[in-house]
Design a protein around this ligand. Sequence first.
Ligand code: MRU
Length: 344
Amino acid sequence: MEKTIAWIEKDKCNGFSRMIDQTVIPYEYKKIDIKTSSEMYDAIKTMVVRGAPAIGIAGAHGVVLSAIENIQSDDFFGDVKKQADFINSSRPTAVNLAWAIKRQLDLMEKNKHLSNREITELLIKNAVKMEDEDIEINKKIGEFGSAIVPKGATILTHCNAGALATVGWGTALGVVRSAYMKDKTIKVFADETRPRQQGARLTTYELIRDNIDTTLITDGMGAYFMKKGMVDVVITGADRIALNGDSANKIGTYMLAIAANYHNIPFYIAAPKSTIDPKIKSGDEIVIELRDKSEVTIINDKPICDERVNIVNPGFDVTPGSLIKGIITEYGIFKPDEIYKLFE
Ligand code: MRU
C-alpha cells in the first residue's frame, strides 16, 4: 500500500519526509519532500498533510528532522524539544500530533545515555514503526467497524477520514473499505465539507478510485436524505476524543449527529486509541482551532461575499458522547461512556 506520508532513508541517520500534497488534489497528484523541521511546521499548518493520524506521523518525522539538525548540539534534548514544541503548536485540535511527538521525546529521554547519533537512529526506526502501526490499526478499525454496516447500506461520512488522513486505509473510510470488501453493494454519501472541501476533493477522490458507489452532497443535505430513508448509518473520524466519549471532528459533524439521532440513524466515530486524550474528562476542554477567514470567503481565488461581512471560522466542533452510538477503535467498538476503559 502506498503511504500518504513516509520516511525516506538516506542513511541510518539521515533522510527526509515524503508526503502526498493534499492541497492540490484533485487537480494534481504529487509528492513533496520535507527536509527541515521548520518546513514540517509549515506543511502541517498549511494542510499539505492533514487528518489527525497523518499529522501525528508528520510530527514524529518533524522530531527526527530536528534531531538531524541538532546532531552536534551540546543540548541535544533541549534543542530538539524546543523545535518539537514549535511543531506541536502548528495545529491545536488533533491530539495525535502531541501524542506522536511525545512518543518520540519519551524515547529520547529513555535513551539519553546514548550518543546523539544513536538516538537519532532510534527516532528514525520508531517513526517508521509508527507508520506501519498506523496502517495495521486502521485495518483493525475497518474489520471491527464493518460488522455494524448492514448489507447494502448507504453510509454517510463527513470530511476525509481516509487513506489520505492516515498513512493508509483510513479510519471511517477504512470501515467503508473493509465493508466493501465483504459487500460490493454498499454506497457512500460524502459531505462536501466546507470550508476546505476535504469531502469533495479528497474523500470522493479516494472512493471513486476504489470503485465504491459515491454520491457527493453539500453539507446542508444530510438531514434531507436521512428523512427520505436514504442513509443507514453515519460514520466519521475524530481529531480528539475526551474520556467521556465527547468527540471533536471537522466542523459540521455535530449537526450531522443531531440529525442522525433525530431520525434514529446510528452515528459512529471511527478512530485509533491515539485520538483519545486521557488528560481530558469532557469535550469542553478541547481547544478548537480557529482558521483564516479566507477559507470561508474565497472560492477559486474569487471572493464570494462583500468583504465587510464578519467571518468566524472554527475548524472543528464537538459531538457529545450521548449522540454517538459507538466509537470504533482497533480494540473493538466502545460505548462512548466506556471508552475510558482503554486506559485502565
Ligand atoms: O482539518 P483536517 O482536514 O485535518 O480535519 C480532518 C478531520 O476532521 C478528520 O475527520 C479527522 O482528522 C479524522 S482523520 C482519520
